[in-house]
Design a protein around this ligand. Structure first.
Ligand code: COA
Length: 235
């Protein structure tokens, strides 16, 4: 995917926005945006360098996908948003542990030791036996630079993710969102995702599995089986 989504931001020589596949070089910005914008998540606590390694692994591994939103003004290009996915997440974490585990552990030893319980919960998440796992590739995270929010880039990133995995012949994908992150829940709903499960990824924090299924030929989405959880599904 490249330059497939351009939208003029005003007249004349205004900047243009587009979505493209991210490279290993984009992992630095993705890590920084994640740490800055997703302040409540546990991964942010591990810092931008840890996240940069994670997103580099997403790019380098076959089952990973990094898309970035870029703004172009004349000849300059700036990455202002990203979405990252894995299929499946458990395999990404395995790859990360094998290739980056030692370096990441040394660089992030303090925070890792202070939050070992959440580390284990995060690593367990994504294995098919654990709660909170939907069907198909999982969006790990998405963020848009604060200065560029509200311009439709989040929606374009999510639709880019759907376009990428359906082009690969897949018919379903999902993400996990904190239940109180209403803007993100609204965005995913806008893009055709539906709540499928409410669960606690970490004790005391309630999350929602948002599932996307390829609409059937009659226009309806395949049903998401409701799963038990600690609270009602959001409307
Ligand atoms: C969530 C996020 C990526 C949205 O990016 P964005 O570029 O501002 O989103 P868009 O402009 O494409 O908005 C798309 C839709 O999302 C919803 N939305 C976005 N921001 C919203 C807000 N502050 N309040 C309510 N709904 C919001 C709306 O439904 C909107 O549709 P509309 O424009 O027709 O009203 C961005 O706000 C962000 O980076 N948030 C912090 C990180 C985060 O929470 N990531 C998700 C969890 S991993």
């Amino acid at each position: 995917m490249s330059g497939d989504t351009r939208m003029p931001d005003g007249a004349g020589t205004s900047p243009t926005y587009s979505i493209r596949v991210g490279t290993a070089e984009d992992a630095t910005v993705a890590g920084r945006l994640h740490a800055e914008q997703i302040t409540t998540g546990f991964l942010s606590f591990l810092g931008p360098r840890f996240l940069e390694r994670l997103y580099r692994r997403v790019v380098l591994w076959d089952g990973g996908l990094l898309l970035v939103a870029v703004v172009r003004d004349g000849r300059s290009e700036k990455v202002v948003g990203f979405i990252a996915s894995a299929d499946p997440t458990s395999a990404l974490y395995r790859q990360f542990l094998i290739h980056d585990g030692a370096a990441a552990a040394i660089a992030t030893l303090g925070p890792l030791l202070r939050s070992w319980r959440k580390v284990l919960e995060t690593l367990r998440h994504g294995s098919s036996a654990s709660p909170g796992v939907g069907r198909g590739p999982e969006v790990l995270a998405m963020a848009v630079d604060e200065d560029y929010q509200g311009k439709g880039l989040g929606g374009k990133l999510v639709r880019g993710f759907i376009a990428a995995f359906t082009a690969d012949g897949k018919i379903e994908g999902y993400t996990v969102i904190a239940q109180d992150n209403e803007p993100s829940l609204a965005l995913y709903r806008h893009c055709g995702f539906a709540p499928a499960e409410v669960f606690e990824l970490h004790a005391g924090t309630t999350s929602v599995v948002m599932q996307w299924d390829l609409p059937r030929e009659d226009g309806s989405a395949a049903p998401s089986p409701p799963a038990p959880g600690p609270g009602p599904l959001p409307s």
